[in-house]
Design a protein around this ligand. Structure first.
Ligand SMILES: C[S@@+](CC[C@H](N)C(=O)[O-])C[C@H]1O[C@@H](n2cnc3c(N)ncnc32)[C@H](O)[C@@H]1O
Length: 253
């Protein structure tokens, strides 16, 4: 969890000009919500322990929920639990790529902080340029569930790593593509990749309106091969508590 101990351990990694003060906890909670198994970070620093801690907390939560499944207690604590979800093992891993050459970056200092927080076993670091490192990422993961990219080389990343993002719901989070022309060009490139996926791509820009730079996160979700599981709720298709289905035109029901 993002305890006081965690917050004080990671404080030394925070570099104001990197602008990830809100993004780091945002990524933590994104991971807590979508529970990815294979996470890739390109551009380490303050964000790194947030990603690793989220995976550790997810693993602890899954273990605890698995034990609770079917018990009286679970009806109170996780009344919407999806039993099928717990059939797969959950042993998440974070792979980080960083060339460790930026004197302003706290990337090299992230490693001892991870150690101190007992998170090193969740993290594998590839020290080197992102260009040419995708093969190692592929060997380790196959496909990636969530990639977080925080460098000026986002275009090079997209060219080399796009096919590693799982087309069945894999997500990509990119820092600071809004409010400057080159960032907008990268976004246009992402949309062109989306056309290759037959338009099956979801994109959301989150802007921090009080900042002039390092002020956005762009979230992309590949859904080319994603099939939503239907009617997980016990009532199934008959469930229409608000009556909205009856009000929709027949062709969109
Ligand atoms: C903006 S900083 C990352 C900030 C970090 N996410 C944080 O929250 O503090 C960018 C990092 O990316 C790394 N980097 C930049 N270009 C790279 C490349 N082409 N390949 C690998 N690492 C790169 C730098 O060494 C630096 O550590």
């Amino acid at each position: 969890m993002l305890t006081d101990e965690f917050t004080s351990a990671v404080r030394s990694l925070y570099v104001p000009e990197m602008g990830t003060e809100a993004t780091a906890p945002l990524l933590y909670w994104l991971i807590r919500a979508i529970r990815p198994r294979r996470v890739l970070e390109v551009g380490m620093g303050y964000t790194t322990p947030f990603l690793a801690q989220a995976l550790r907390d997810n693993a602890d939560a899954v273990a605890r929920e698995r034990e609770l499944l079917g018990s009286e207690q679970s009806r109170v604590e996780q009344p919407m639990a999806h039993a099928g979800y717990y059939e797969q093992p959950y042993e998440p891993q974070l792979v980080c790529v960083d060339r460790m050459t930026d004197p302003n970056s706290s990337a090299p200092r992230a490693l001892p902080v991870l150690d101190g927080l007992g998170l090193s076993d969740v993290v594998h670091v590839i020290e080197g340029d992102l260009r040419g490192s995708s093969g190692e990422v592929r060997d380790r993961f196959g496909l990636v569930d969530l990639a977080w990219i925080d460098t000026w080389d986002t275009l090079a990343f997209l060219r080399e790593y796009w096919q590693l993002i799982d087309p069945a719901g894999g997500m990509l989070a990119m820092h600071y593509l809004m409010t400057y022309p080159e960032g907008r060009a990268v976004q246009a490139y992402v949309r062109s990749l989306g056309r290759l996926d037959g338009g099956r791509l979801e994109i959301t820009n989150l802007c921090e309106p009080h900042k002039t730079g390092q002020n956005s996160v762009t979230l992309v979700r590949r859904i080319r091969d994603y099939a939503e599981p239907e009617d997980l709720r016990p009532q199934g298709a008959a469930n229409d508590p608000t009556g909205v289905l009856g009000e929709l035109p027949v062709e969109v029901r």
